[in-house]
Design a protein around this ligand. Structure first.
Ligand SMILES: *Cc1c(COP(=O)(O)O)cnc(C)c1O
Length: 409
């Protein structure tokens, strides 16, 4: 086996499809978000505006968050020094879990090192706890849920995206006393649409299923206290397990579930991805708690965020750009070709100091490649002007160049 050749040929295939990933080397300026310093591959350095961050409200730079992280480091040092069970649980972890349980109005919450791990570990463990479990998973669920469902090693059914009639067809044929979990998301992060939470909860009641809702792209952003879409729509008490991240709108890092005490206790006791890993650094837990508490009381930021997203969609549509049908803060602009998508993104960065990462397969289906814009409350009207001027400059030309470029590729 020529290992070197195997790895190189794997990368060649990715390149040939136009989806080789190049990471932008960035330094955000605290206090000036969304401005950042970008280092080009040749070492040249330049200031850019970031248009694709999941730090949706700029919480990563808010003084109370930054200061509580610094103060935690000054008090207890850097790492947790152990798993949660073996010396790694600190006061900061305990307080953060209480803050999250309160956010979602559940008896308990359980922290994980990321939202990815929260999904993977929790769903896989439900398969261990509930013998004969059947999982019903929305077809557009995030990769971390898909891995969790696989790890559950149980019967599974994939329901067509947001299609509750299809979900019911699948539920109907299962034995009524079989344990069932319906796993779905509130805000789908690439299209900006929303899962039918009420209808899914109705079906869950009718067929005696548990509901598992990923609110990763909604926590901090929706609801009177930032608990997500289920809070906004008055449905939080009907969802059995709510999963969220501390790395996106909360601006720090980590993931969690919030649920009944018995559920959290069972996952805590049995989930490999919870038990056998070092606890989050205390400073992250402190920063996340400060952010969660700050956003419980900062509804004006959510309103400003919605206004910015709405205004950007309208401005792009008025200028003739194919904004996809998002009903949330996500502003996806369809390009439909991976090479073209990357070319537009490269030119925005190189020629206009605008950074928006191209979103290509496998993050989205082939043929739906896009620019995914995430305006924050800190994106000004002047930044909107600059974005639209830049798009006017690169859009048509890149598409025209794309024809010959693709033909010769
Ligand atoms: C990003 C994401 C996750 C994972 O969260 P992290 O905290 O970044 O690991 C889970 N679910 C969805 C829908 C996501 O987009």
């Amino acid at each position: 086996m020529d290992y070197q050749a195997a790895f190189e040929s794997a990368v060649r295939r990715v390149r040939a499809e136009g989806r080789y990933r190049v990471f932008a080397d960035l330094m955000r300026y605290k206090g000036q978000f969304p401005r950042a310093r970008w280092r080009r591959p040749d070492g040249d350095v330049r200031d850019v505006t970031v248009w694709c961050s999941n730090d949706y409200l700029g919480m990563g730079q808010v003084p109370c968050v930054v200061e509580s992280m610094k103060s935690a480091i000054d008090t207890v040092g850097s790492g947790a020094g152990g798993t949660r069970n073996i010396s790694g649980t600190t006061r900061y972890h305990v307080e953060l879990e209480a803050s999250l349980a309160d956010l979602h109005q559940k008896e308990a919450a359980l922290l994980f090192t990321s939202g990815y791990i929260a999904n993977e570990a929790t769903l896989a463990t439900l398969g261990k706890i509930l013998p004969g479990l059947i999982i019903y998973s929305d077809e557009l669920n995030h990769a971390s849920m898909i891995e969790g469902v696989k790890g559950a090693r149980c019967e599974k059914h994939v329901w067509r995206h947001n299609d509750v009639a299809h979900l019911e067809e699948l539920l109907k044929v299962a034995p009524i006393d079989a344990p069932k979990v319906i796993a779905f998301e509130s805000v789908y992060s690439m299209d900006g649409d929303i899962g039918p939470i009420k209808e899914v909860c109705d079906l869950a009641e009718k067929y005696n299923a548990l509901t598992y809702l990923d609110e990763v792209h909604a926590v901090g952003l929706y609801g009177q206290r930032g608990a997500g879409i289920a809070e906004r729509d008055g449905l939080m008490h009907r969802v059995d397990i709510i999963e969220g991240t501390l790395g996106k709108a909360f601006g720090v890092m980590g993931g969690y579930i919030a649920a009944d005490g018995a559920i959290c206790d069972a996952i805590r006791s049995m989930a490999s991805g919870f038990i056998f890993t070092t606890a989050l650094p205390p400073a992250l837990a402190a920063g996340a708690r400060a952010s969660v508490e700050y956003l419980k009381a900062s509804h004006h930021l959510r309103e400003k965020h919605q206004e910015r997203a709405e205004t950007l969609k309208n401005r792009l549509r008025d200028a003739g750009y194919p904004v996809m049908d998002s009903i949330t803060h996500i502003v996806p602009v369809q390009v439909g070709d991976p090479v073209l998508c990357k070319r537009i993104s490269d030119r925005l960065l190189e020629e206009h100091d605008i950074y928006v990462q191209p979103i290509n397969y496998p993050t989205v289906p082939r043929g739906t490649e896009r620019l995914r814009l995430t305006p924050t409350p800190l994106h000004s009207d002047e930044m909107f002007d600059a974005l639209i001027n830049a798009l006017d400059d690169v859009w048509e030309e890149s598409a025209a160049a794309g024809d010959s470029g693709l033909a010769s590729a």
